[in-house]
Ligand binder design. Structure first.
Ligand code: AMP
Ligand code: MG
Length: 348
C-alpha cells in the first residue's frame, strides 16, 4: 500500500483540505491524524473489518480495545449508554484529553471493544482531529499511532517511521500538545469513577465533578503473568524503546552521582532534566525540560525514548518521576517502558 502524507497547519486550514482523508475513513481505509494527546491511527468505528485493519497495522492484540472518537460529546449517546455523570464530565472536560468508558450500544462491534460490552469514548480538541471526525460522519476508532509496544507517536515523523506502507494517509499537523495519551476513566456509579490510565485530566480535576475517584492499582503496579487487567492496554512492557530502560530514584545529588558513574562505566544514554544536564558528562544525554515543568516532561518523554534508540549506547537511565498531579501520567508510562525496573541511587 502507498501511504500519502499531507501537511496541514492546525491553526489555519480549510475543511476541503481534509475531504480526501474523510473519504478514506468513509470508504473503510486507515488515516493517521494528530490529536492534542498523541497521533492516532483511525478508521470507521462501526465496522468490524476496519477494526481488524487497525489491529493488523499496529500488530496489536485484538483483545486490546480501541477508543472511539467523536466530534460532539452529545454523539456519545448513539454509541454508549450515557449517564448524568458522563454529561458532567463532558461539560467540564470535552473536547479534551479524557476518555470515558460506558456500556456499549449494538452499533459498536465487539471487534472494536476487544470483546468487552463497554466502549471507550473520547472527543478530541485538536482542530484537525475534530474536523476530520466531523467530516467523516462516523465515529472514528483510533488507537495511538505506534507499532504495538513502542512509544506513542507525538509527531508525524514517528508515525511515518512506524506506518509508511501500512496506512492510506498520514496527516502531518505538527507536534501533539500534551504528548501523553488521554486520561481514561470508567463510570462505576452515579458519582464514582475508576481511573484506568492517568493523563492530562488529573484525579484532582476529576474530583471537582465527582465525589469518588479510585485509581486502578494497575496504574502503578506490575501485572501478574496471565492476569487480565480491567484496562487491557496496561500490559507488562509498553511504550518501550529498543534499549533497556532503568528508572533511578534517590536524592538529587545521589542521582547526579549515579548518572555520572554510569556514563563513565557503561555505554549509557541518560534522559535527564534541564538543570541536571550541565552537571553530567557530555555524550548521549537528552533533556525533557525542567523537573518542575511537568507539561514539558509529558510533551517530551516519548520523543526522548525514540531519540534514545538512535543514539550510541546500550542502556537508558532516567529519573523516576513523582506521582502528584500530571506526574502520575508520566510515572505510569515510564514505569511500563522500563518494565518496572527501578534502582535506588545511593552514596557509595
Ligand atoms: P490507545 O488506543 O493505544 O491509547 O489505548 C487505549 C486504551 O484504552 C487501551 O489501554 C485499552 O485497554 C483501553 N480501553 C479501551 N476501551 C476500553 C474498555 N471498554 N474497557 C477498558 N479499557 C478500555
Ligand atoms: Mg497506545
Amino acid at each position: 500500500m502507498t501511504t500519502e502524507v499531507i501537511k496541514i497547519n492546525p491553526l489555519s486550514f480549510g475543511s476541503s483540505e481534509l475531504e480526501a482523508a474523510a473519504e478514506i475513513i468513509r470508504s473503510g481505509g486507515l488515516v493517521i491524524f494528530p490529536t492534542e494527546t498523541v497521533y492516532g491511527i483511525g478508521a470507521d468505528a462501526t465496522s468490524s473489518e476496519c477494526a481488524r485493519k487497525i489491529y493488523a497495522a499496529k500488530g496489536r492484540p485484538s483483545d486490546n480495545p480501541l477508543i472511539i472518537h467523536i466530534a460532539d460529546p452529545r454523539d456519545a449517546e448513539k454509541y454508549a449508554v450515557t449517564s448524568p455523570l458522563y454529561v458532567r464530565l463532558a461539560e467540564q472536560f470535552m473536547p479534551g484529553p479524557i476518555t470515558v468508558i460506558m456500556p456499549k450500544k449494538d452499533i459498536i462491534p465487539f471487534t472494536v471493544t476487544g470483546g468487552l460490552d463497554s466502549v471507550a469514548v473520547r472527543c478530541p480538541s485538536h482542530p484537525i482531529a475534530h474536523e476530520l471526525i466531523r467530516l467523516s460522519g462516523v465515529p472514528v476508532a483510533a488507537p495511538s499511532a505506534n507499532i504495538s509496544g513502542r512509544p506513542s507517536a507525538t509527531g508525524a515523523e514517528y508515525a511515518i517511521a512506524d506506518f509508511d506502507g501500512r496506512a492510506d494517509m498520514i496527516i502531518d499537523g505538527g507536534e501533539s500538545d500534551f504528548g501523553l495519551e488521554s486520561t481514561i476513566v470508567k463510570i462505576t456509579g452515579d458519582d464514582s469513577l475508576l481511573l484506568l490510565r492517568p493523563g492530562a485530566v488529573t484525579r484532582d480535576a476529576l474530583l471537582c465533578v465527582c465525589e469518588r475517584v479510585d485509581i486502578s492499582d494497575t496504574v502503578t503496579r506490575m501485572l501478574k503473568e496471565n492476569e487480565r487487567p480491567v484496562c487491557p492496554g496496561m500490559k507488562y512492557r509498553h511504550y518501550a524503546p529498543s534499549k533497556p530502560l532503568v528508572l533511578v530514584e534517590g536524592t538529587p545529588e545521589d542521582r547526579i552521582r549515579f548518572f555520572r558513574e554510569k556514563q563513565r562505566t557503561e555505554n549509557a544514554v541518560i534522559i535527564c532534566y534541564d538543570e541536571q544536564k550541565e552537571l553530567l558528562l557530555p555524550g548521549s544525554v537528552i533533556s525533557t525540560g525542567r523537573e518542575d515543568d511537568l507539561l514539558s516532561q509529558g510533551h517530551e518523554i516519548f520523543r526522548a525514548l525514540r531519540v534514545c534508540d538512535s543514539l550510541p549506547g546500550d542502556i537508558i537511565y532516567a529519573n523516576l518521576p513523582g506521582t502528584e498531579g500530571f506526574g502520575l501520567a508520566l510515572y505510569n508510562r515510564l514505569i511500563r517502558a522500563a518494565a518496572h525496573t527501578v534502582v535506588r541511587a545511593e552514596k557509595t
